[in-house]
Design a protein around this ligand. Structure first.
Ligand code: DAH
Length: 344
């Protein structure tokens, strides 16, 4: 092989080497290094070949010179193209990946609106010294009814209202059995909040779903009075609904409390002109002083201890709070509805 052929081969190898390096360069800095290395005017490898032409026999100069110029132009073109690619964010090592396309929105999870309300309620009671508790969703007649002073011939025990399992166990119809489970395990003072799912044989409509969340509260200690009961629940209502909220305790009946009450709130807002805007009375919970028979059922001395209890429906509270007319929306899990309540 002649010296000329060897030199042409060497140039082609240099070209292949340069093109591969350029294609693999990932930023402008390494491209500049490659430019200097191959086509730099002073020390570039290709420029070196051109500069050495003078030492070749005159007849070889034009061929090798033309080849060196072609390789130089080819490498320069590759450098330019790669620079453009990197600048526009295209291709890179992943052909087909176009980094200049607008990004797709990233889904971000959010707390369910009813969970947000539970957390808000919990936060208020936590600051008032309550602890969070929970109990099983599958219960016995004893915990769900009897221990709560509800005899088994009471209408709520009816199979028309309660979902019984084959075993004779049942799906709890309220969170009140958690009261019994907690008092059985702990001596007073007791001060708990217990949110959880409850189940009823209800036909779904705008205000009922067969499975829904309840939130139970229980306080038992020496010297707990009706004043503690009213003051604590009124304080809760004003913190949850706003400082101007009016609170009303309406006499009611529950087997496990005596006396019993339903708690209503009237939200009061100030219009921009200073006048007041009031809602209707909204019922937010059932409550009362714990019936001494319930305390006896768990082995507490009713002569020594007194207490109060309450139960509310966080989905109902969320519906009132957010102005939702159909409570089923909260349980349908339609992301178009739920995402409106997303919090940052
Ligand atoms: N358990 C009742 C219900 O499901 C709600 C309730 C009322 C709970 C009064 C209480 C209470 O703790 O004292 O309708």
């Amino acid at each position: 092989m002649s010296g000329l052929e060897t030199s042409v081969e060497a140039l082609k190898r240099l070209e292949a080497e340069a093109l591969e390096a350029v294609a693999g360069a990932e930023d402008a800095g390494s491209l500049e290094d490659l430019r200097v290395l191959y086509v730099g005017r002073k020390d570039g490898k290709i420029s070196g070949v051109l500069r050495g032409l003078g030492k070749l026999p005159p007849q070889d100069r034009p061929v090798l010179g033309a080849e060196a110029n072609r390789v130089k132009a080819s490498v320069q073109r590759a450098l330019e193209e790669r620079k453009d690619e990197l600048a526009s964010g295209r291709k890179g090592r992943h052909p087909g990946l176009d980094l200049s396309l607008p990004g797709r929105p990233v889904w971000r999870g959010g707390r369910h609106p009813v969970t947000q309300v539970v957390d808000e309620i919990w936060e208020i009671f936590r600051s008032l010294g309550f602890t969070r508790a929970r109990g099983p969703e599958v219960e016995t007649d004893w915990y769900n009814f009897v221990a709560l002073n509800t005899p088994l011939d009471h209408p709520v025990v009816d199979e028309a209202d309660t979902l019984y399992l084959k075993s004779g166990l049942l799906l709890r119809t309220h969170t009140s059995p958690v009261q019994i489970r907690i008092m059985e395990r702990y001596e007073p003072p007791v001060r708990i909040i217990a949110p959880g799912m409850v189940y009823r044989r209800d036909t779904p409509d705008a205000t009922h779903t067969p499975a829904f969340l309840q939130l139970e509260g229980l306080v038992v200690d020496e010297g707990i009075t009706f004043v503690d009961f009213k003051a604590t629940l009124a304080e809760f209502a004003r913190r949850f609904w706003g400082p101007g909220t009016k609170v009303r305790f309406r006499p009611s009946f529950f087997p496990f409390t005596e006396p019993s009450a339903e708690v209503d709130v009237k939200r009061v807002a100030t219009r921009p002109d200073g006048s007041l805007e009031e809602t209707d009375w909204l019922e937010i919970m059932g409550a009362g002083m714990v019936d001494p028979a319930v305390l006896e059922n768990v082995g507490y001395d009713p002569e020594r201890y007194t207490g109060y209890a309450f139960g509310m429906g966080p989905a109902r509270m969320a519906a009132l709070k957010f102005g939702i007319r159909d409570i089923r929306m909260f349980y349908d899990n339609d992301i178009r509805f739920l995402s409106q309540f997303a919090q940052p």
